[in-house]
Design a protein around this ligand. Sequence first.
Ligand code: F6R
Length: 592
Amino acid sequence: MCGIVGYAGTSPALLVLLQGLERLEYRGYDSAGVALIENGKLYVEKKVGKIRELIRSLWGKELKATTGIGHTRWATHGEVCELNAHPHVDSKGEFAVVHNGIIENYRELKEELQRKSIEYKTQTDTETIAHLISLNYEGDLLKAVLKAIKKLKGAYAFAVITMKEPNRAVAVRYGSPLVVGIGKGENFIASDIPALLPFTKDVIPLNDGEVVDLRPDGFFIYDFEGNLLTKEIMHVPWDTLSAEKGGFKHFMLKEIFEQPRTLGDTIRGYISRSYDIPINLRDFRRVLVVACGTSYHAGLVGKYWIERYAKIPVELVYASELRYSDSPIGDGDLIIAISQSGETADTRFASFAMKEKGAMLLSIVNVIGSALDRESDYSLYTHAGPEIGVAATKTFTAQLAVLYALAVSHSEERENLMENLLKVPHLVEEVLSEAEKVKEIALKYAEFKNAIYLGRYLSYPVALEGALKLKEISYIHAEGYPAGEMKHGPIALIDERMPVIAIAPTDRVYEKILSNIEEVLARKGKVIGVGFRKDQKLKDLCQDILEVPQIEENLTPFLTIIPLQLFAYYIADYLGLDVDQPRNLAKTVTVE
Ligand code: F6R
């Protein structure tokens, strides 16, 4: 939520900041701004809307500043307007701050500062940080920051510059992500690695409770007590190209089409004999899977696999529901936290709380070096590369591949089961080769206002994920249900205006879902079947059919989700919506 960038170097800072912000726009995009030290003075420019609005307003201005900070916002405190956009400045206009996260005690601090006659200009919690740093400044920005953060409560990351020290930026991480980028004669900070990729691949992800003092010729990292720390530099293998659209209209479409390759990469990593899954699921009393959104849906598929192959009971919990529950968790329990970003606050905080109760924490993450990765006892990586589209696609299938590898890792049939997985990338490619057919069908349903997705057993999580894809990018109301639950209430919704997407591969529950389809048809619902090619029975029943090649029951989610990702994409694109940055969303949700 919100993206931060910062630069201290010798080149024009503005270009770096704008490029970085464009790559962070997926984190929030309701307003954007920059602050620079231009000719010894603070220069601030901010605009409501996307980064391109900010770029337009800066067009033609020759700003030569070599120190600056930038921000792209996902509003938490205060409406979306220019005043509330970041950077925020102190009363004297000498310090500028960009911030990601929430200052939970900002109301108390605001009252305290107002009693000292500090005037607030905005409704944000961030402005408090600027005032606190200004009040504590005695000639050294770092010292002022260290004093100010003693007062702050919450989860946050922020960066600050001051006209009093034009070649310096200081940034803090406490609960929200922040990465230092290391260049030659220039150094960077950003909320996420993709923002740094055009400039450097040498990075240091900060831990919570760390502060970086950034200058053109070096950087220093401290703890909150001001002790200097020694940190290891990480070299990021991702190239800039993988963070570009590569000829596709949207990142989401590119990422859907990348799946044969990303799945191949993930599967190969787990198939090679040298790769040892570090734990044996059978050593645990039970497994609790903790995740949000799409990652939760992947976890639900994983539950069926783990229960089948490792024969351990698995519970699935929404991270936001677990943290404040009284769930009796402790020694002998395993938490599997699933997160693309590894920075989702709900997932991190809930998993960590369970770890503190004595459970072991295994995470499945895409971003190596993310907070969750570092907080876990063990991590398994999805190796899907950067995912820029806000709607998760390639990381969902990569999470499935890792969960499958984990589930079968100590099974006697491991080798055969992993061999089967090797067929998946090629079959996904076959599904993608029929994208135009999916488009044709999708466009027939683009004007409907609602949709229901039905599935049973392994296709139930696919129904949930298909519905989430449609609602988040097309704003069409869509719900996923276990098909058998329909008759217990939701069937009342069915009439000729309700398209029903039924995921019905020929598996152990095939006959059951065919009956559920009949129930829908009897009430004049329109059914789009998702099933195996050559399944004449399904074809005869449904108005339309999204076909996938035959595959064994256990691996069906890898294939059936693909046409559903495409279906959602083509509808949203047809409706002219912003597919990569749907309204109200952010790629990484670092608030609870
Ligand atoms: C949906 C989507 C979100 C995320 C959720 C968790 O397309 O992307 O539902 O899956 O916010 O994010 P991570 O996996 O980063 O923890």
